[in-house]
Design a protein around this ligand. Structure first.
Ligand code: HEM
Length: 217
């Protein structure tokens, strides 16, 4: 059911619930049920993957629904009305992901990001740079709608412009590309043949990016 306040239909609650359930279920199936990760790691390590995927999907929906509609695909009004809540929820989930990742970030948990001497590998560094920049840009984007900056027309024009958003989206792609691409190229190593969370996020990014490239005004 759509929530309807003052007759305005909004599917945010339903979309957010489904995306979160799908993302956490995907992480559980891939890493616990067909993969080797012990259940004791669910509350933090695996939940962090589910939360980051949900954040990524919601943010892609937030940026993608408008341009998709411009391309002539009839996006339901209740989905278009949901965009603000999707963006805000995606941002808050990304914040949870950032806090959880900071606490987990060590060579024993994320061996692939580190050299044997404990420093970051080049791809680990590029991936984390993308993550940090993507997060800060998202923060700025959110702030611009919340505060007095709203009155700064040229700032709003810049941060919501096609050029800025197309470049900003690439930061998210940088984060997941450099973390995952080596594993993506070896499907034989995927648990149960199921693609890693980073590849699912990248595929969703790629679809969202093309829609933005073609449909964003
Ligand atoms: C300070 C900023 C950030 C840091 C330090 C960070 C850190 C990390 C780390 C350590 C991982 C590896 C997780 C794992 O393999 O279990 C990861 C994965 C991921 N991050 Fe971030 N991240 C940041 C920002 C973001 C932002 C803004 C997004 C966008 C929503 C995001 C989305 C993702 C996704 C989708 C994954 C893939 C999960 C996986 O394959 O396991 N991250 N991040």
């Amino acid at each position: 059911m759509n929530q309807s306040v003052d007759g305005i239909k909004n599917s945010a609650g339903r979309i957010i619930t489904l995306v979160i359930l799908f993302s956490i279920a995907y992480a559980i199936v891939r890493y616990h049920l067909v993969g080797p990760v012990p259940w004791k790691d669910f509350p933090f390590f695996i939940l962090n993957k589910g939360i980051s995927l949900a954040a990524f999907i919601l943010l892609t929906f937030n940026f993608g629904f408008g341009p998709l509609n411009n391309l002539g695909v009839k996006v339901p009004t209740s989905w278009l009305n949901a965009r603000k809540a999707l963006g805000m929820t995606g941002f808050l989930l990304a914040l949870i992901h950032v806090l959880m990742s900071f606490m987990l970030f060590s060579p024993s948990v994320y061996g692939k990001f580190f050299e044997s001497n404990g420093t970051l590998t080049l791809t680990g560094g590029l991936s984390m740079l993308g993550g940090v920049l993507a997060f800060v840009v998202l923060w700025g984007y959110n702030m611009s709608f919340q505060t007095h900056l709203r009155e700064d027309k040229s700032f709003i024009q810049f941060i919501t412009s096609r050029t800025f958003l197309l470049w900003a989206m690439l930061l998210g792609a940088l984060h997941i590309f450099f973390m995952g691409f080596e594993g993506w190229l070896h499907p034989a190593g995927w648990h149960g043949g199921i693609p890693p969370v980073s590849l699912v996020a990248f595929a969703i990014f790629a679809a969202g990016y093309i829609v933005n490239l073609l449909g964003r005004k």
